[in-house]
Design a protein around this ligand. Structure first.
Ligand SMILES: Nc1ncnc2c1ncn2[C@@H]1O[C@H](COP(=O)(O)OP(=O)(O)O)[C@@H](O)[C@H]1O
Ligand SMILES: O=P(O)(O)O[C@H]1O[C@H](CO)[C@@H](O[C@H]2O[C@H](CO)[C@@H](O)[C@H](O)[C@H]2O)[C@H](O)[C@H]1O
Length: 451
């Protein structure tokens, strides 16, 4: 096993999803489960491995397929070990079929030090093809072509980094499916695992490994649709209005199906404390934020006077890239995993719907920012119209007086822009000016009127 661990580590460090780039992994396999054998003899496994090289060890899921024969020219080859060739599971048809079978067959799988079980919401179908979606980053998404079932296409998202506890990408979308929402692709099912965790009182941890949902082929996400409209100076008002309705409908279903609680002054105080904490981290990392920190704090303090609408499950990282526009079904929301920079256990807590609204408002501003960055096009009016219309649509569907909570909404927007400044400085430094400009605007508009 030690040899396999070292070989896996050498391969993992070259993968997009390897979380601590630049380090040499120190891998220990803590559990292995065999998903099944294909008719050609290929054996599908999921290894759970801990990388002990970083200060805080990271737990990964590594699905592999063992084959006796070499697959010529396969880019999915990981290594040769124990007399067989190991392949990266999501890129191998034996694993992709076994994964969907484990989910939709609701199979309980007892492995070495790890157990797994599938939960299904409906039948899927016979797999006739599968491929990994491009742009693989922290997760790996597999698209399936199916026959003989209710859905022609399914997408399975395989989480590479694992955590104990519920993953909102699964549980929030499961709630939407159970609540009958048409605003998110219906869930087909998911795979849960339990593994040893000496750091926990129970000695074990449980979390989701993967989920599958309907795949809607050929759709553009909202970011592309909006960017195209802005480039053509074509109004986005109607589509933004509909997106406001879609957001409100998702919120309504989630409030009905998952716990929602009235918010009191303590909740506002907590929300503002957490904004303050994010701000202080951001000031250490982004000089542009540090320069504005005092004024940002003043906006947060002003918001303390407001009243917070009820708290409930939300999307958590809503932006145009998380909305798909279907000609037949309208806007649908995806990727309910929450903000990647926020700890997983915080992401399922009841939160304010204003956070999602603020996230989408930021996204319209980003379209203008991205255009100004690329060719200097001024799309500020385009963005203002889209922002107004989005809020109008949200109010029309929910009846919730968003504009009556302007101070809090500004605070959530600022908080998101602060998050974005950190995100951009780490991932796309040339874009950091977009959230920084928004922070300046939000501060200016919140400043008390002179005289
Ligand atoms: N159900 C779906 N139907 C169609 N496309 C999807 C679906 N789910 C995801 N996608 C596509 O896959 C991309 C990545 O999915 P996402 O859930 O955002 O994964 P990640 O968290 O890895 O970014 C999306 O931008 C979208 O283009
Ligand atoms: O899609 P993810 O869940 O990984 O979200 C992260 O990446 C997003 C960028 O892809 C980032 O979104 C920011 O940039 C978008 C344009 O590319 C813009 O529409 C968003 O409004 C803006 O926040 C997101 O913040 C981050 O969590």
């Amino acid at each position: 096993m030690d040899d396999v661990a070292a070989l896996l580590g050498a391969w993992m460090m070259r993968q997009r999803w390897y979380a601590t780039k630049g380090r040499t992994p120190r891998i220990r396999i803590i559990g292995t489960a065999r998903l099944g054998d294909a008719t050609d003899g290929a054996r599908s496994f999921i290894h759970l491995v801990v990388d002990e090289a970083p200060e805080v060890p990271v737990l990964y899921q590594v699905p592999v397929v063992g084959r006796a024969m070499l697959v010529p020219d396969s880019p999915a080859l990981i290594c040769e070990a124990g007399g067989e060739y190991l392949y990266d599971g999501p890129h191998d048809p034996a694993f992709t079929a076994a994964l969907l079978d484990a989910i939709s067959g609701e199979r309980a799988i007892a492995g070495d030090d790890v157990s797994m079980v599938g939960t299904a919401f409906g039948a899927s179908g016979r797999v006739v093809g599968s491929r990994v979606l491009g742009g693989e980053q922290s997760n790996t998404s597999i698209v399936y072509d199916l026959e003989g079932g209710p859905l022609p296409f399914v997408i399975a998202k395989v989480f590479r980094v694992l955590h104990h506890g519920e993953n909102p990408d699964v549980t929030t979308q499961a709630a939407l499916t159970q609540g009958g929402s048409h605003r998110a692709p219906p869930l087909v099912g998911y795979l849960t695992a339990t593994w040893p965790d000496p750091g926990r009182d129970s000695g074990t941890a449980t979390g989701q490994l993967a989920f599958a949902q309907e795949f809607l082929p050929g759709l553009d996400d909202g970011w592309r649709v909006a960017l195209r409209a802005a480039v053509d100076a074509e109004s986005f008002a109607d589509r933004a209005y509909d997106l406001g309705i879609a957001t409100a409908e998702v919120h309504a279903t989630l409030a009905r199906v998952l716990p929602a609680t009235a918010a009191g002054p303590d909740d506002i105080a907590d929300a503002l404390v957490s904004m303050g904490a994010r701000l202080s981290v951001a000031t250490k990392e982004v000089p542009g934020v540090a320069a504005l920190a005092e004024s940002i704090s003043a906006v947060y303090s002003a918001a303390a006077e407001g009243d917070l609408p009820p708290l409930q499950r939300i999307h958590g990282d809503l932006h145009l890239g998380q909305a798909l526009l279907s000609p037949e079904r309208g806007w649908m929301l995806i990727d309910f995993e929450g903000e990647p920079l926020r700890p997983m256990d915080e992401r399922s807590r009841p939160d304010s719907t204003l956070r999602d609204i603020a996230g989408m408002l930021r996204s319209f501003d980003y379209v203008a920012g991205a255009l100004a960055n690329t060719d200097g096009t001024d799309a500020r009016d385009w963005a203002s119209e889209a922002r107004r219309s989005y809020v109008d649509g949200y109010i029309a569907s929910s009846g919730f007086d968003v504009r009556g909570h302007r101070l809090l909404l500004d605070a959530f927007e600022l908080d998101k822009a602060v998050y974005e400044a950190v995100y951009e400085s780490r991932s796309r430094p040339t874009w950091v000016g977009i959230p920084l400009a928004a922070i300046e605007r939000l501060i200016a508009r919140s400043a008390p009127m002179p005289g």
